[in-house]
Design a protein around this ligand. Sequence first.
Ligand SMILES: NC(=O)c1ccc[n+]([C@@H]2O[C@H](COP(=O)([O-])OP(=O)(O)OC[C@H]3O[C@@H](n4cnc5c(N)ncnc54)[C@H](O)[C@@H]3O)[C@@H](O)[C@H]2O)c1
Length: 295
Amino acid sequence: MSEVKSIGVVGSGHMGSGIAQVVATAMQGVDVWLHDVDSNALSKASSSISSSINRLVSKSLLSQGAGDDALKQLRFTSNLEDLRDADFIIEAIVESEEVKKSLFVKLDKIAKASAILASNTSSISITRLASSTTRPRQVIGMHFMNPPPVMKLIEIVRGADTSDETFTATKALSHRLGKVVITSQDYSGFIVNRILMPMINEAFFALYTGVSTKEDIDTGMKLGTNHPMGPLELADFIGLDVCLSIMRVLHAGLGDNKYAPCPLLVQYVDAGRLGRKRGIGVYEYGKEPKSSSHL
Ligand SMILES: NC(=O)c1ccc[n+]([C@@H]2O[C@H](COP(=O)([O-])OP(=O)(O)OC[C@H]3O[C@@H](n4cnc5c(N)ncnc54)[C@H](O)[C@@H]3O)[C@@H](O)[C@H]2O)c1
């Protein structure tokens, strides 16, 4: 792939704004277009990126000049067509196959012929997203971890038709972003969620069947296995709805009942107990939720 001069990020929510920040701070001189259909989400992203960059500058993790340059490289738009010159487009919109596919159809028409279309999906098949475009060889999974500016890993997912050139270019881009890369074939849950989500689901079963209290389950995994957060605490951080939808993808995609979601997880989601973002999940959070060891 020729030199990357412009990158588009679609979806300016939690992940998309973090990804745009990572690209702007790591790739000097590269235009970063951040698109969302919701203009409120764009303004929220603009202020959260500014304060995050200012925080990095105040902690001397980024120079004032580099911080100013990164902010100047960022462009916020509600017009998808503004991404027409992007060399690389990273999609980070809502986790719905139908909505993502319809976006990929549009991106396929708008993006230049050489552009690579990457998805930050946690669980949706890259092969199926790719098949909605006329360029399946140039479609790939680029799964950032939450929050993107802090977490070192990118899980690259090769769809059935992803070309070696696309894979090599995506790996090179990930390294330029300062990340460590792992590679997965396109099977449900990829590597990280295939292993993490059944563990979280099992923690729900332990709570559901009265094995122990939520506090002891989390303390057991933190101090007993050196995890920075307990599985129930982590589920609240990720979002219980997100955990449930990934369990359903594993269950349907791998066809094994060992992936059936725990009834307690289903019930919490039905009750709107979605975790930190709702102020209540497995735990209750006040106005000032306790800070996460991931942040
Ligand atoms: N939250 C996590 O821990 C995490 C971790 C890794 C990957 N992911 C994946 O990243 C993606 C985004 O997750 P998030 O947590 O940032 O979600 P989010 O809800 O914070 O943000 C999604 C954004 O997408 C926008 N959007 C929806 N449809 C759109 C469209 N058609 N065009 C443009 N914008 C649109 C919404 O307005 C919203 O601002 C999902 O695929 C998710 O599975 C999430």
